[in-house]
Design a protein around this ligand. Structure first.
Ligand code: ADP
Ligand code: C5P
Ligand code: MG
Length: 198
């Protein structure tokens, strides 16, 4: 079975990870966060990319796709090898720029079906406040004001155009992510809104 993919996008702190965890509780989807995979690779002993990834993350820049696509592909393959019924994926935080999108098309075109983009729409101020709050405990090198300003710029300059591109093709499902976790979750899942349409 070909992997079925939903790309999950939105600003830093929009709630992508939080909502993906909730979706996974109710639906047979596997959540893969590009950011989490990159952080794991950064921490992996012997990784030749550790330092590069660390620098990119702190600067709020997007890591070259050759690194990210390999991590995603490997994670998808491992999931499907363990259980062939697990062919549905929420890919969170990808594609974040033109380079990401090209890399996906080069490596995954024809090998996976992208169903749509799930877009968590949230104002920049709310995004920053949430990340600063998360930063009190997250231990993340990029949940501070200096990195966040750069991450927001990257989001506006590089990620928004990707969302607009998918929008032109009618492939974006938008969620108002400024509401409470429960309200957003109810809208995303079947209870109310049924935006995933399963
Ligand atoms: P992302 O993966 O989009 O960066 P997260 O899911 O990690 O965002 O959420 C960022 C922070 O905001 C976390 O501390 C999370 O607990 C909190 N959060 C997530 N969704 C909401 C929400 N709807 N309202 C308030 N806080 C939220
Ligand atoms: O999605 P998340 O907030 O975890 O991403 C953290 C950082 O990881 C991004 O700011 C970026 O530096 C890096 N990243 C990336 N390419 C992606 C996803 C994340 O370079 N596709
Ligand atoms: Mg996240």
């Amino acid at each position: 079975m070909k992997p079925q993919v939903v790309f999950v996008l939105g600003g830093p702190g929009a709630g992508k990870g939080t909502q993906c965890s909730k979706i996974v509780e109710s639906y047979n989807y596997t959540h893969l966060s590009a950011g989490d995979l990159l952080r794991a690779e950064r921490a992996r002993e012997g990784s030749e990319f550790g330092q590069l990834i660390g620098n990119y993350i702190k600067e709020g820049k997007i890591v070259p796709v050759e690194i990210t696509i390999n991590l995603l592909k490997k994670a998808m393959e491992e999931t499907m090898q363990k259980d062939e019924k697990k062919f549905r994926f929420l890919i969170d935080g990808f594609p974040r720029n033109e380079d990401n999108l090209q890399g996906w098309n080069n490596v995954m075109d024809g090998k996976a079906d992208v169903k749509f983009v799930l877009f968590f729409d949230c104002g920049n101020e709310v995004c920053i406040d949430r990340c600063l709050e998360r930063g009190k405990n997250s231990g993340r090198t990029d949940d501070n004001r200096e990195s966040l300003e750069k991450r927001i710029q990257t989001y506006l300059q590089s990620t928004q155009p990707i969302i607009k591109l998918y929008e032109k093709h009618g492939k974006v499902r938008t969620v108002d992510a400024s509401r409470s976790v429960d309200k957003v979750s109810k809208y995303v899942t079947k209870d109310d809104g049924d935006i995933l349409g399963f």
